[in-house]
Every structure is written in C-alpha cells, then in structure tokens.
Design a protein around this ligand. Sequence first.
Ligand code: 3PG
Length: 215
Amino acid sequence: MNTPASLPLFQSRVVPVVVVSDAAQAVPMAEALLAGGVDVMEITLRSAAALAAIEAVARAVPAMQVGAGTVTRASEVAQVQAAGARFGLSPGSTPELLAAVCAAGLPFVPGVASPSEAMAARDAGFTLLKCFPAAQLGGVEVLKAWGGPLPDLRFCPTGGVSLANMGSFLTLRNVAMVGGSWLTPAAAVEAGDWAQITRLAREATEAVAALRATR
Ligand code: 3PG
C-alpha cells in the first residue's frame, strides 16, 4: 500500500514532527517551514487541536504537503483523511491499522522496531517504514544491520534525530528520509517565534543540499 515513490514526502528528506496545542498555530508554522524550504509536515494526533490543524493547513497552505502523525488506531484513518491529510505515519503497525489504511487508500508509513515487524509490514504491502524510536534502538548501526537481510525496504528513522546526526542517517542506502521534532521546538511554537522555525528548516534544507552535492 505504499512505495517510497507513491508518497509525497519522499521528495523531502526531512519530515518535521509537529505537535500543536492550538489549531491557530498550524498555518503560520506551515508557512514558516515553507519559507525555510521544507514542504512537508506531520501533524501528530497528540493534541485535541490536531485534526483542526491539519484541516487548516490543507485549506490555507496548498503548497504544504500535510500529513497526520501518531495515527495509532484504525478509527483515526477516516478522520485524518476527512481533515485533508495527504499521508499518515504511525509509531507502530497493527494489522487493524494497516488494513484500515489499505481500505482507505491513504499513503501511509507504518512504524517498526524490529525485522519481524518490518517483514509483517512488507507482507501487508508497505516498503517505506518508519524506524521508531531510531536513536534509542541503536541508530545508524541498527539501520545498517537491517539493510543486509531486508535490502528492498526503505526507512524513515525518527526519534532522537537532529541536525547534528541527520546526515549520518541520510547517507545510508536504506534511509529515504528522517523525521524529527527538532524543527518545531515547543517553546518556539508557543511563543509564535516563526522566524526561528524558518531558520531551523533552512539549516536542515541546506544540510540535505550539502549531502546531495557530495554524492
Ligand atoms: C515521533 O513521534 O516521531 C517522535 O516522538 C519524534 O521524536 P523526536 O522528538 O526525538 O524527534
């Protein structure tokens, strides 16, 4: 039900993991990320404001590819799709959740933390998987190890990724993109410091461009 190429976020190699406490934060945040060259964002279902935030960005900022994160229940799939999410991500991958996203046709990145989970997700038709929590699982070394027996799978490591270590993940052959909350720090969001978010997004965009240039 996904391949890397079928997902809009594959074009960007950095996916901001966003928590909003107020839906009104979402549009200026999306604009700030775009100004820094990041055209994809994952609004996590970790706050009551998340669905309204997805809806606001989908309506007001068409250049931003907005998706839903922390989709952990099958019942949430229809809700995020109705809100306008173009894709979804999850920290895990239950059979019920994967069946729901397949039925809905929502591009989706299920989360895995082991080869067995990755194989089960592949059996369900998913070849781009979120490796979560990446740093805590062992970081780059774990992804390198998975690349041997599972060469056809691609990963989005998330959890403990930052500007400082994103390059070491992105140079791995089986890493399509990285996700992280470092681009939208809670303090900056609460303060409405959109300039800081643009700065962080630009740093990440420039780091990705520098990696491309060295290849
Ligand atoms: C996620 O849900 O993807 C992670 O909580 C993000 O992890 P980070 O805060 O370490 O970037």
